[in-house]
Ligand binder design. Structure first.
Ligand code: ZN
Length: 132
C-alpha cells in the first residue's frame, strides 16, 4: 500500500473492495467505511442527530460505519457522483439549494431519491415465468 493510500484510509476510512459492494460502481469510484464525515453530514446537511447513511465527495462515497450498505443506497450515492461529474460547482450549488430548501426538498436529493426509487421499482418487478 502506498503512503498516500494509507493516509486516505486513515483519514477517510478503509476502502470497501469492489467485489464486496452490493452494486457495481464505475471505474474510479471508491467506496469507504467512514465515521466522521457521515456524522458531520447528518448533523449539518441532514438536519438530524443521526449520521448520514453515506456522503459522496466527488468520486468517493463514504458510507457510515453503522450503516448497511445496500444496493439502493449505493445507487442513490452514484447519482451524487454523477452530479459532481456534471458540474464543477456542484458542491456550492448543493449547499445553496440546501439553504433554500433543506435536505429532502433539495433538488439534488430529490433527483437522487427519485432515481433510487426507480431502481428499486425495477429491481422488484416480477419477471413473467418462462413458457414451458
Ligand atoms: Zn443524497
Amino acid at each position: 500500500m502506498s503512503l498516500l493510500a494509507a493516509l486516505a484510509d486513515r483519514v477517510l476510512g478503509a476502502r470497501i473492495p469492489d467485489d464486496e459492494l452490493p452494486h457495481p460502481v464505475p471505474p474510479g469510484v471508491v467506496v469507504r467505511r467512514s465515521r466522521l464525515i457521515p456524522a458531520l453530514g447528518g448533523v449539518f446537511m441532514g438536519g438530524s442527530r443521526r449520521p448520514a447513511g453515506a456522503v459522496t465527495l466527488g468520486h468517493t462515497i463514504l458510507c457510515n460505519e453503522g450503516q448497511t450498505l445496500t444496493d439502493d443506497l449505493l445507487v442513490h450515492e452514484l447519482v451524487h457522483v454523477e452530479q459532481w461529474e456534471k458540474d464543477p460547482l456542484f458542491a456550492l450549488k448543493y449547499c445553496a439549494e440546501w439553504f433554500r430548501h433543506g435536505y429532502r426538498q433539495n433538488p439534488y436529493e430529490q433527483d437522487a431519491y427519485a432515481r433510487q426509487r426507480e431502481y428499486a421499482a425495477r429491481k422488484h418487478q416480477s419477471v413473467p415465468p418462462r413458457p414451458l
